[in-house]
Design a protein around this ligand. Structure first.
Ligand code: SDX
Length: 424
């Protein structure tokens, strides 16, 4: 396909077409308004591309997910999360020396400025950790001003990747009323996070290999997912040339929503509700089919995947393995599997091609690791950090990037004659 033609009021207009490396076709409509006076209208952007990107490829029909061309299954099996952070950030897998150097930098920048600890004191104990995470990441721009496309960019990227796990762990400790635990340089990224989460002044906590491996996998599976709601938010906010930290803080807020990254918390709350209701799966499947109920099967469905989400398939296997290795028998896992089976035999879900997504099983594993439900979306944000950063950098380095400013079709009142208050 070389071009696309559009006929409006009998006039034919031709638009160029861009074909991506995987054969996806995009009609270049940036000139549509100038040449036709009309704009395209696509609420939710289901058929609208915002950019060209070299970072992640998803084939929703075939259930393919690749970071920089590598299948998610390969990366999940063979890499650490730090290695995938390098891949997403620099565009290629690191050799031993590059990985060692990048890992050392990530270790050296894990501490927060001591003044930042005071911010946590201002939050109520009931504050959701996502509220703290977004506020803390935004406040990093007060300590590292600028954080734009400049000579300090690589350093600011390392600072953000390294410090965000400390902020996340401190948010957890704040919500538990426990003292903050400082990172230790002898630990790897995931071991350090688990150490900061679960160590106490009264007892030393040694992160087990099972948990470190499970956390590496979970973070890798969440590391990027092309133009999802939160990544598009990071790109949109970053298009105004605000700092990397402020752009990422906006992405954290977008991720928090229950239709997006907040779904992993909502899935566990839903499974608990089903368990407490006598595991009456069909009742909840029927509710999800009834629009008037306002209830959705959380962890099901996806804008892009019209088949299985490859991440959900990996996590379903991992849930079995991690729970058995930890000797955890979680009734919610059985309910999740049964619910999946009932839903996938139901015409409503089959017809709409609604399958479990990444959020359906992830919470089961986080629970088994001892991570509380209100921290699940924070875990999603930890994983998505390298993806958000890679897209922010790609957007800022793209010469075609302009400040994002969509148009609208106005449907409000036409001109009104002003009537003085005394006459109304
Ligand atoms: C993530 O974009 C990404 O890549 C996101 C993500 C990432 O890695 O960044 O993959 C992570 O956010 C996964 C999604 C987590 N959210 C949930 O699990 C919440 C439950 N899911 C739904 O709200 C929904 O499926 C979405 C939000 C995921 C997708 O919404 P869409 O694409 O706007 O689909 P839709 O709402 O238009 O639904 C299409 C139809 C509708 O029915 P009809 O109007 O055709 O009759 O399917 C129905 C919907 O009512 N539907 C559901 C459903 N999801 C869609 N019905 C019941 N339960 C559901 N979960």
């Amino acid at each position: 396909m070389k071009s696309a033609k559009l006929t409006i009021d009998g006039n034919e207009h031709e638009f160029p077409v861009t074909v991506g490396s995987e054969g996806e076709v995009g009609i270049e409509l940036s000139g549509l308004r100038k040449t036709t006076g009309a704009i395209s209208l696509d609420p939710g952007y289901g058929s609208t591309g915002s950019c060209l990107s070299e970072i992640t490829f998803i084939d929703g029909e075939k259930g393919i997910l690749r970071y920089r061309g590598y299948d998610i299954e390969e990366l999940a099996k063979n890499c650490t999360f730090v290695e995938v952070c390098y891949l997403l950030n620099f565009g290629h897998l690191p050799n031993e020396a590059q990985l060692q150097d990048f890992g050392d930098k990530m270790t050296r920048h894990t501490l927060l400025h001591e003044d930042m600890k005071k911010f946590f004191e201002g939050f109520p104990a009931t504050a959701h950790p996502m509220a703290m995470l977004s506020a803390m990441v935004s406040s990093l721009s007060a300590y590292y001003p600028g954080a734009g496309i400049d000579e300090d960019l690589d350093l600011n990227v390392v600072r953000l990747l390294a410090k965000v796990k400390t902020i996340a762990a401190f948010s957890f400790k704040k919500s538990m009323g426990q003292p903050f635990v400082y990172p230790r340089n002898e630990y790897s990224y995931c071991a350090n996070f688990l150490h900061m989460m679960f160590s106490l002044p009264t007892e030393n906590y040694k992160p087990s290999k099972v948990l470190v491996d499970a956390l590496n996998l979970l973070l890798i599976l969440h590391a990027d997912h092309e133009q999802n709601c939160s990544t598009s938010t990071v790109r949109m906010v970053g298009s105004s040339h605000v700092s990397l930290y402020a752009s990422i803080a906006a992405g954290i807020s977008a991720l928090w929503g229950p239709l997006h990254g907040g779904a992993n918390q909502a899935v566990i709350e839903m499974l608990r509700m089903i368990r407490n209701d006598g595991a009456n799966y069909q009742k909840y499947v029927d509710m999800a089919k009834d629009k008037s109920s306002g209830f959705r099967l959380m962890g099901f469905g996806h804008r892009v995947y019209r088949n299985f989400d490859p991440r959900a398939r990996i996590l379903k296997r991992t849930a079995d393995q991690v729970l058995s290795e930890l000797g955890v028998d979680d009734p919610l896992l059985k309910i999740a599997k049964r619910l999946e089976q009932v839903a996938l035999e139901d015409e409503y879900f089959v017809k709409r091609r609604l399958y479990p997504n990444v959020d359906f099983y992830s919470g089961i594993i986080y629970r088994a690791m001892g991570i509380p439900t209100n921290m699940f979306t924070v875990m999603f944000a930890l994983g998505r950090m390298p993806g958000w950063i890679a897209h922010w950098k790609e957007m800022r380095n793209d010469p075609r990037t302009r400040i994002n400013r969509p148009r609208q079709i106005y449907t409000g009142p036409t001109h009104q004659v002003f009537v003085p208050r005394a006459e109304r």
